[in-house]
Structures are given as C-alpha cells and as structure tokens.
Design a protein around this ligand. Structure first.
Ligand code: GDP
Ligand code: ZN
Length: 322
C-alpha cells in the first residue's frame, strides 16, 4: 500500500533524513525523490531541519508508518512546503554557498551571560539583527545569574532596560540552581525554538536542565537503529519531554553573516525603525542628517546609546561580512 502524508524533517545525516509527524515524536527515515530545488536558493541542502514535507511510503501489509518505514524501505520526500522563515549559514570561502540551518522557527532563544564569559553587546546586537532579517522572534536568555546577580546588579538592570526597551524579552535563568528553568520550559511549549549562544555560556547545561534525557554534547537521538553507519550530523531537532521542540546550533558566528546594504541596517533595529518614521529624510542613515529622529531619541535617552553605537559599528563594517 502507498501511504501519503506530511511530516517534519528532524534530522539530516549524510545518507538520509529522519522525519516525524509532529507533535508526534516517532522518527522514520526518508530519502529525496527526484530533484527538489527551491527557486532562487543557492543552499547546498534543498531540505533542512524544520521543513514540512510531503512524503510517500510503501507500507507492507499490516504495518503503519512507524513499523513499515525502515532504512531498507525509506519514505520518499516528494515536496517541501513553503517555509515561514529559515536561517542560513554562509560558507566562508568564495563559493557563495550557503547551508540552511533550520526552518519554520517560532522563536530563537539567544543564550548569553553578563559575565563568565563577559558579554559583548555589539556581537549580541549583530545576532539580533540577523534574527530580524530572518524574521525569527528572539528571547534573550541570561544564564548563570547565580554568578553575577549581586556583583553585576547594575549591569543586569541596564541590560533589561536596553533590550526590553528595544522589544526583546529577557529571561534570567541558572542551569546550575534551576532558577528560571520552569519559565523557560513553559516558553518552549508548543513551539519550535532555536537555541544558540557563544560557547561557554552554558547552552548545553541549559538544554540538559530543560530535559535531563537530552545531552547535546552526545548528539543524541535515542533510536540508534535509525542512524546509518557513517553519518555526519549537521543540525537536528530535539523533543522536550515537557513539550516543544528545539534545534541546537553549536555557535553563533556562522549565522552572523547577512548581506545588508548600509541603508537597510537600521530597519533591523526595531526601536530605530520605529523612531525613523519621524526622520526628516528618507532614507536616513541616522548619522549626519539634520532632523534625524533616531539621533534625537538617542540624545533623549529613549534609544540606548550602546545599541546606537552597535549600529554605527555595523555601518562602518558593512561590506566586510559578505
Ligand atoms: P556551552 O559551551 O554553552 O554549551 O556551555 P556548557 O553547558 O558546557 O557550560 C560551560 C560552563 O559553565 C560549564 O563549566 C558549566 O558547568 C557552567 N555553567 C553552565 N550553566 C551555569 C550556571 O547557570 N551557573 C554556573 N555557575 N555555571 C554554569
Ligand atoms: Zn534618521
């Protein structure tokens, strides 16, 4: 019997994909049928984690998808549904190739720490711009608050002011003490979320705290029999026992690369975009123009000077990140 259905890509190994009919978490292997090409996409992977796909499977008599689809008898991916968003990693060489890390994300949780390691605001701002470009809503998760809540109380307060003022929710958590973990778990329920952060901020510890059965360092998907032998894992989705799905990305650097024209950058600073409605000139770079509402808002303390200076830094470096 030929079974036709819809499922989500949860993992891509060298040789095949693993699909699941979310929110069900029952993985089965699939391969691409024919050539699936996305118009205008230069991505090296036509199908990415998070994609919703149509599949067909030849099911032996009396079996369902979970039992009838095997590595020897994989499902066939016949089409990829349009993506609501996706984030890509550009290769650093000159080939101009890019790799889709994940698609259809409801939210990105950017894990950071005020200290241990010390936060670099311009770098965080660059990541936030990237998420805006990719149309992925962001929550900033400050981990390790047990270490700096008291010693860095003022910085912590200022951080909330800056980023909540810019429109980003900020959560305080500690993977070590468990503080804030329930709230984070709640925020993940029913959604597909990206987890990202520079190494050392405690991203792996947080994922483990959310669901002790997950160990991102091991790269676990427990159905060992579904994993082929010589597999290279790129990115994969995890199912949280408490509900929701996450994609863990090893580092932020890779997707900090977007092609933006000078006059576009400010569109991705939400608070500047809003203020710029009142700039005398359009387009306005918010640097030297008279009657610039963004500069006025910075001077009035309504837009954070740190954010504005990140913006200036990006204007300066524009072109270096292609
Ligand atoms: P990753 O590189 O972001 O995955 O970070 P890890 O999860 O490996 O954590 C880096 C280090 O920070 C480890 O030594 C963790 O034990 C420690 N760590 C993680 N979360 C916390 C936390 O909430 N509080 C404290 N004090 N240490 C933490
Ligand atoms: Zn302006």
């Amino acid at each position: 019997m030929i079974f036709k259905g819809e499922a989500t890509v949860v993992k891509h190994t060298g040789s095949h994909y693993l699909l699941s009919r979310l929110p069900e978490w029952e993985l089965f292997p699939a391969v691409l049928r024919g050539k699936i090409r996305l118009k205008g996409s230069s991505a090296t992977n036509p199908v990415a984690v998070g994609d919703v796909v149509d599949f067909e499977a030849e099911l032996p008599e009396g079996t369902d998808v979970a039992a009838g689809v095997t590595l020897e008898n994989p499902a066939a991916i016949t089409a990829v549904k349009p993506r609501k968003n996706y984030i890509i990693r550009k290769s650093t060489n000159l080939s101009r190739q890019s790799h889709i890390i994940a698609s259809n994300l409801d939210r990105a949780f950017i894990i950071a720490t005020i200290d241990y390691p010390e936060i670099k605001l311009p770098f965080l701002d660059r990541i936030l711009v990237t998420c805006e470009v990719y149309n992925v809503p962001v929550t900033i998760v400050l981990n390790k608050v047990d270490l700096y809540r008291e010693s860095h109380a003022e910085m912590l307060e200022a951080f909330h002011e800056i980023y909540e003022g810019a429109g980003y929710p900020v959560m305080e958590v500690s993977a070590l003490t468990g503080e804030g973990i329930d709230a984070l778990r709640e925020a993940c329920k029913g959604h597909l979320s990206l987890f990202s952060g520079v190494s050392g901020v405690g991203k792996s510890s947080l994922i483990k705290a959310l669901d002790p059965s997950l160990d991102p360092r091991v790269g676990e998907i427990s159905d060992v029999h579904l994993q082929g032998k010589h597999t290279t894992t790129f990115y994969e989705m995890y199912s949280l026992a408490s509900g929701g799905f996450i994609v863990d990305t090893p580092g932020l650097r890779g997707f900090g690369l977007v092609d933006l024209k000078k006059e576009e950058i400010a569109l991705y600073f939400p608070e500047m975009l809003k203020a710029s409605e009142n700039c005398r000139f359009t387009p306005c770079t918010h640097t030297h123009e008279p009657g610039c509402a963004v500069k006025e808002a910075v001077e009035a303390g309504e837009i954070s000077y740190d954010r504005y200076s990140s913006y200036l830094g990006m204007l300066d470096e524009e072109g270096k990140y292609r």
